[in-house]
Design a protein around this ligand. Structure first.
Ligand code: GTP
Ligand code: MG
Length: 291
């Protein structure tokens, strides 16, 4: 398999600076959407729709190619999605188990989504942010790349499962290729793969390998740009436009809208929760469903 060889070759090429930025939380630690709705509209847009906020800095009409509103839920949709991500006695959000091989993966039949990306790109931090309304769930993050060594399965009520993957590239686990490729190729209930790209450095060589693999397996996947709190607006805009162009011209299976996020400021997290709820068939948005 061509991608298998590529992965192996790229195994240990990258070291990534792992410093946590100096971002501040925009509001209280619960990140509840009810609080977000009380923010002034400019701040709300920045937090909930970071791509639209960035677009304000472009000359109107200069970049019609920037796909902003393909997934365009209402604030009510986002609030409904939030209830799915809120743990309660009736909605159990839990870690299920870990696996190093597909045949050890839990036999769950809910729709599933997974998160892949280079080691240290922020996969576990993103999942932790998505689960901020289920604080009992223990998602381990580390500034040391290569921290997550197994596929970690989490259950979100009766709605869907979510999988935190080990990273590829620097300090990837030895059995990464067999583990992750088999999972991506064979997992029957996998609905969508979220491929995380560091917004500070953009698409790297190992990301290209991951993209090739998603394309080769004809997986529907979505590009999430992480750590957007770390860049200046100008740098972020440049990266977003470059990556958007790449998605438009070089990919078939990638969802055309990018999802910029920050696990520090929570920017983009509410929208991503809503998107996940939607693609797993748990939210009928007004007009369009992306399953
Ligand atoms: N500033 C900033 N730092 C972040 C963000 N997300 C993650 N980080 C930091 O990046 C480092 C790596 O985060 P992880 O979530 O453990 O990364 P990972 O992709 O799960 O890494 P592996 O498990 O090693 O593959 C940690 O120091 C995080 O605090 C973010 O949105 N902003
Ligand atoms: Mg991790």
């Amino acid at each position: 398999m061509a991608t298998r060889r590529l992965w192996r070759g790229l195994g240990r090429q990258f070291t990534i600076g792992a410093a946590l930025g100096r971002g501040k939380r925009a509001y209280s630690a619960s990140q509840a959407f009810a609080e977000v709705l009380r923010l002034p509209s400019k701040q709300l847009t920045k937090l909930v729709f970071p791509l639209q906020e960035l677009q304000r800095h472009l000359v109107p009409g200069s970049r019609p190619d920037l796909r902003l509103k393909i997934f365009d839920p209402t604030l009510e949709d986002i609030a409904r999605a939030e209830s799915i991500f809120t743990a309660s006695s009736r909605n159990h959000i839990d870690y299920v188990s870990s696996a190093v091989r597909l045949d050890h993966a839990p036999d769950l039949h809910f729709p599933e989504v997974c998160f892949i990306g280079r080691s240290n790109v922020g996969k576990s931090s993103l999942i932790k942010a998505l689960f901020s309304l289920a604080p009992e769930v223990d998602v381990r993050v580390s500034k040391k790349p290569g921290h997550t060594k197994k596929m970690n399965f989490f259950k979100v009520g009766k709605y869907f499962t979510l999988v935190d993957m080990p990273g590829y590239g620097y300090r990837a686990p030895e059995d990464f290729v067999d583990m992750v490729e088999d999972y991506l190729k064979e997992r029957k209930n996998l609905m969508r793969t979220f491929l995380l790209v560091d917004s500070v450095v953009g698409i790297q060589k190992t990301d290209n390998t991951a993209i090739e693999m998603c394309e080769e397996f004809a997986l529907p996947y979505v590009m999430v740009l992480t750590k957007i709190d770390k860049s200046s607006k100008g740098h972020l805009l440049k990266q977003v436009l470059q990556i958007q162009k790449f998605v438009d011209t070089e990919t078939q299976g990638c969802f055309p809208q990018l999802f910029p996020v920050s696990a520090v400021t929570f920017s983009g997290i509410h929208l991503l929760r809503c998107f996940i709820a939607d693609i797993t068939g748990n939210l009928k948005t007004n007009g369009f469903q992306f399953s």
